[in-house]
Design a protein around this ligand. Structure first.
Ligand SMILES: Nc1ncnc2c1ncn2[C@@H]1O[C@H](COP(=O)(O)OP(=O)(O)OP(=O)(O)O)[C@@H](O)[C@H]1O
Length: 271
């Protein structure tokens, strides 16, 4: 018999990466052994130069990619042994990857259709998810009628419809203009707080990382590894005013220096 989720977690660790490493076929060492624990309710961001293994680490946490060795636990259970229904986890990619021929509601309903959720229940959950991202009025629209930011909201609604506890997001707003990105960042923070989610977020933007995160994990490449962890000790709710404070600048400057160091090591290794 399957245990309910609450019974899985006497402690508060949502994700545990235990000496997990990854060498791709062909020999690229994408990640050296990594240890990382993410507690329930954290908003953790992975930051680092291109190729440092951010996506590889995120996909391993999602169970989408097997580590070459080491272990990945979600709520204290090996990720590959969690039943789909108990995973309560959703992965959001940079591209919204919507079905162009299907309307917004049908796109958002897809994970529920795949899971065999009865139609009436699924439709109610779709409307709830669309309301959370401010798109209830667009349920019958086709993706091509929506802006890039709205399409990304649809993608987020599709991830929320499974009522996840854990959201894994791989540069979700990387392709959007800055104003739209700020708006979606603020909305994501509001969702994270309202739904008490655990979020693990990949970005190339230092400002986005500081604005959103409880903790930033800095990585370096060749081989991919964690080089620093920075706690962003700033209360929530965070408003855009935070971005013009000396505290924000201090965190941003620290991470900028750390990123430059990580990138320089990378370039030296390539020479
Ligand atoms: N399927 C694959 N096969 C072989 N090598 C891969 C594969 N996927 C990624 N790599 C390599 O593994 C390393 C880490 O890649 P990964 O995509 O995890 O880094 P990243 O930090 O997410 O990069 P970016 O910021 O550019 O998206 C890189 O050297 C990459 O070329």
């Amino acid at each position: 018999m399957r245990e309910p989720l609450a019974a899985l977690a006497p402690a508060a660790a949502a994700v545990e990466v235990l000496s997990a490493h990854k060498t791709y076929p062909g020999g690229t060492v994408a990640l050296q052994p990594v240890d990382l624990t993410v507690q329930e309710g954290e908003f953790v961001t992975l930051l680092g130069p291109s190729g440092c293994g951010k996506s590889t680490l995120l996909k391993m946490m999602a169970g989408l990619l097997e580590p070459s060795d080491g272990r990945l636990l979600l709520w204290r259970k090996p990720v590959d042994r969690l039943h789909e229904a108990d995973k309560r986890m959703a992965f959001v990619y940079q591209a919204p990857t919507l079905m162009p021929w299907a309307d917004v509601a049908t796109n958002v309903r897809l994970p529920l259709d795949l899971a065999g959720v009865p139609r009436a229940e699924a439709e109610a959950r779709v409307l709830d998810a669309l309301a959370l991202v401010g798109l209830k009025k667009f349920a019958r629209a086709l993706p091509r009628a929506l802006s890039g930011g709205m399409q990304m909201r649809v993608s987020i609604a599709r991830s929320l419809v499974v009522q996840p506890h854990l959201l894994l997001m791989d540069e979700p707003f990387g392709a959007l203009d800055e104003i739209t990105r700020h708006k979606l960042d603020a909305d994501l923070l509001a969702l994270w707080r309202e739904k008490k989610l655990t979020v693990i977020f990949v970005t190339h933007s230092i400002h986005e990382a500081v604005f959103l995160s409880t903790r930033v994990i800095m990585m370096a490449a060749r081989p991919g590894r964690i080089v620093e962890e920075v706690v962003i000790d700033e209360p929530y709710p965070r408003t855009p005013d935070f971005m013009v404070t000396p505290r924000f600048s201090g965190y941003a400057r620290h991470l900028q220096d750390s990123l430059l160091r990580a990138s320089r090591e990378n370039e030296e290794d390539m020479e």
